[in-house]
Design a protein around this ligand. Structure first.
Ligand SMILES: Nc1nc(=O)c2c([nH]1)NC[C@@H]1CN(c3ccc(C(=O)N[C@@H](CCC(=O)O)C(=O)O)cc3)CN21
Ligand SMILES: O=c1ccn([C@H]2C[C@H](O)[C@@H](COP(=O)(O)O)O2)c(=O)[nH]1
Length: 264
């Protein structure tokens, strides 16, 4: 995860200070990429302790197609609380677009099932794509998708994933997003009898909120530890049957957590 620290340094050195929607203010760079070889370890940040439980539950919640925070609250995950309405609803966010993209003829498209079938049946396809940015529904979402599209690629029996983010909260959001897509790639690879290849992240507006600068500098004083590994304890019969208990992160040694306020 040295490259993540280099990205923080890059923003601090080359970033432009800008106002932002939340009123906090950021320094940002535009257009960056990070790559991780998933066979060399699970890309979980080691220079601060990450709440893996929240990351796993959030991904299972996306995959279930749910867009109400009830499931997250039942599992003591609070990361979406600030954006939900009084009923806990977020509008047609990730889960809805991934599993039930409404088509003009009244059908609902399950992009996750489709991409899984495509990877299994036609691995060389260049169309293994899932898109969360639905222009017809963005206005009704509590927050327009930040990770708006992802693509898979199969070569040498390995599954690689490239995901795109239009807007990146580099201190709080990005570490979660990297671990989440790494997890998703492991799950899809298992379902397709493939091993894992690379995880590639591409960011558009890559920013550090001004009230995260000190925390970022603290992180830059810390040396990364070796990456942990992910083991999935059983092979569920479907991508939608994974349970929280199926995932074991082993060897996660990290520096202590660093508190930072979230901009809403
Ligand atoms: N400004 C902003 N940044 C984000 O990363 C973000 C949003 N908004 N809105 C929607 C989701 C929610 N996400 C979040 C929200 C909160 C944390 C957070 O507070 N993380 C803390 C504690 C984690 C926990 O309680 O599990 C951390 O130290 O990582 C992380 C990601 C990612 N997204
Ligand atoms: O998964 C996520 C979700 C959100 N973010 C961050 C990126 C921005 O800081 C905000 C969204 O604000 P916009 O004004 O809509 O860009 O949330 C993230 O990093 N990861």
């Amino acid at each position: 995860m040295k490259d993540y620290l280099d990205l923080l340094q890059d923003i601090l050195e080359n970033g432009t200070e800008k106002a932002d929607r939340t009123g906090t203010g950021t320094i940002s760079v535009f257009g960056r990429q990070l790559r991780f070889d998933l066979s060399q370890g699970f890309p979980l940040l080691t220079t601060k302790k990450l709440h893996v439980r929240s990351i796993i539950h959030e991904l299972l919640w996306f995959l279930s197609g749910d867009t109400n925070i009830r499931y997250l609250q039942e599992n003591k995950v609070t990361i979406w609380d600030e954006w939900a309405d009084e009923h806990g609803d977020l509008g047609p966010v990730y889960g809805s677009q991934w599993r039930a993209w409404p088509s003009p003829d009244g059908r609902y498209i399950d992009q996750i099932s489709q991409v899984l079938q495509q990877i299994k049946n036609n691995p060389d396809s260049r169309r293994h794509l899932v898109v969360a940015w639905n222009p017809a529904e963005v206005d009704r979402m509590a927050l327009p998708p930040c990770h708006y599209a992802f693509q898979f690629y199969v070569a040498h029996g390995k599954l690689s994933c490239l995901f795109n983010m239009r807007s990146v909260d580099t201190f709080l959001g990005l570490p979660f997003n990297l671990a989440s897509y790494a997890l998703l790639t492991h799950m899809l690879a298992q379902q397709c009898d493939l091993s894992v290849g690379e995880l590639i992240w591409t960011g558009g507006d890559v920013h550090l909120y001004l009230n995260h600068v000190e925390q970022a500098k603290l992180q830059l004083t810390r040396a990364p530890y070796q990456l942990p590994t992910l083991t999935i304890k059983r092979q569920p019969s479907s991508i939608f049957d994974y349970k929280f208990e199926d995932f074991v992160i082993e060897g996660y040694v990290s520096h202590p957590g660093i508190k930072a306020p979230i901009s809403v």
